[in-house]
Design a protein around this ligand. Structure first.
Ligand code: NAD
Length: 310
């Protein structure tokens, strides 16, 4: 017996999802569905599974008969949560499933930046031998600033301390020194003081009203000369023009970003990602087989709990 219809709007481990949901649900798998097609696709749908790309605003939620929203990730800034609550729509995100994958991405790109791997790769592909120009730095002993010491921030801090021998400092108004356990990380109270101590800054703050444009020109001014920033959280945490100015002046030596002002990427990001010292990826922090399988299993379980399997 079919218990309901589920719309899946983005690429995910559909085999696992189908396997877990068995014959009880009709799954409409529409990876990459356009925003303007969404409302039509939501007709007769009981549950929707989305990624941050898709916006579920008040108008759409009001007209659709959705009972459950499963977020294949952590961030819920693409959903009108207040209205969903008012309408009794159950919204569940998956805060823990991608922690290791996102932390590993972060550590990977720290190494890539410290050793100029992208430039070295491009130069050699161009049949150049620029060995003498490619002096990097070790990570051991350098200071990593972790902005946002939640699940991913702590997973990054642990690996940077234990695995790489970096000095780790943290900034998070809601995490105290006593909350840190199992690795070395000195929590710093002021954002400005924190920014001034780090050679590398890794950003793991959710996008909420309070954190939009958290980093502007004033904050960039407080950073170390030649700082490298990794943003695997949300683009909008940075004031775009200030970030571009910081990158053009060389104050910021490099910016690695997995997240963009417009996703899928468009004109809003053209200038930023066109800069030579920006390295970018298309929101792949959680795109590992392990994280995607785990997400699909958990989401299927929640759908069954919410909509039943009889
Ligand atoms: P989390 O909720 O466990 O941690 C977020 C931390 O940020 C919390 O400790 C919170 O206190 C802190 N914070 C809030 N406001 C702050 C501020 N003003 N300054 C400093 N810290 C502040 O979340 P998480 O699981 O660690 O994920 C962090 C973010 O990573 C998510 O919100 C999401 O945007 C992003 N993310 C990206 C990907 C990807 O594929 N690129 C995947 C998963 C998560």
């Amino acid at each position: 017996m079919i218990n309901g219809k589920i719309l899946v709007t983005d690429g995910m481990d559909i085999e696992t999802l189908q396997k877990e949901l068995g014959d009880c649900f009709h799954v409409d798998y529409r990876p990459g569905i356009r925003q303007e097609e969404l409302e039509q696709a939501c007709q007769g749908v009981d549950a929707i599974i989305v990624k941050p790309r898709v916006r579920l605003d008040k108008g759409l939620l009001e007209r659709a008969g959705i009972k459950f929203i499963g977020v294949a990730g952590n961030g819920t800034d693409n959903i009108d949560l207040a209205f969903a609550k008012e309408k009794g729509i159950d919204v569940r995100n998956m805060p823990g499933e991608s922690v290791d994958s996102v932390a590993e991405y972060t550590l990977t790109v720290l190494g890539v930046m410290a050793r100029n791997i992208i430039r070295a790769h491009q130069s050699l592909k161009g049949m150049k031998w620029e060995k003498d120009l490619l002096i990097g730095s070790q990570l051991k002993g350098r200071t990593l600033g972790v902005l946002g010491m939640g699940k991913i921030g702590r997973a990054v801090a642990l690996r940077a301390d234990r695995g790489l021998g970096m000095q780790v400092v943290g900034y998070d108004p809601y995490v105290k020194q006593g909350d840190i356990d199992g690795f070395e990380c000195r929590m710093i109270e002021g954002l400005g003081d924190f920014l001034g101590e780090a050679d590398f800054i890794s950003v793991h703050v959710p996008l909420i009203e309070e954190t939009r444009n958290l980093i502007g020109s004033g904050e960039i001014g407080k950073m170390r000369e030649g700082v490298v920033i990794v943003n695997v959280s949300r683009a909008q945490l940075f004031e775009k023009e200030a970030l571009i100015a910081g990158l053009r002046s060389g104050k910021i030596r490099g910016y690695v970003t997995d997240v963009h002002y417009q996703e899928p990427v468009g004109d809003e990001d053209r200038e930023l990602i066109g800069l030579e010292n920006v390295i970018c990826t298309p929101h792949i922090g959680a795109q590992t087989r392990e994280a995607q399988r785990s997400l699909a299993e958990k989401l299927a379980k929640l759908v069954i709990e919410r909509l039943g399997n009889q």
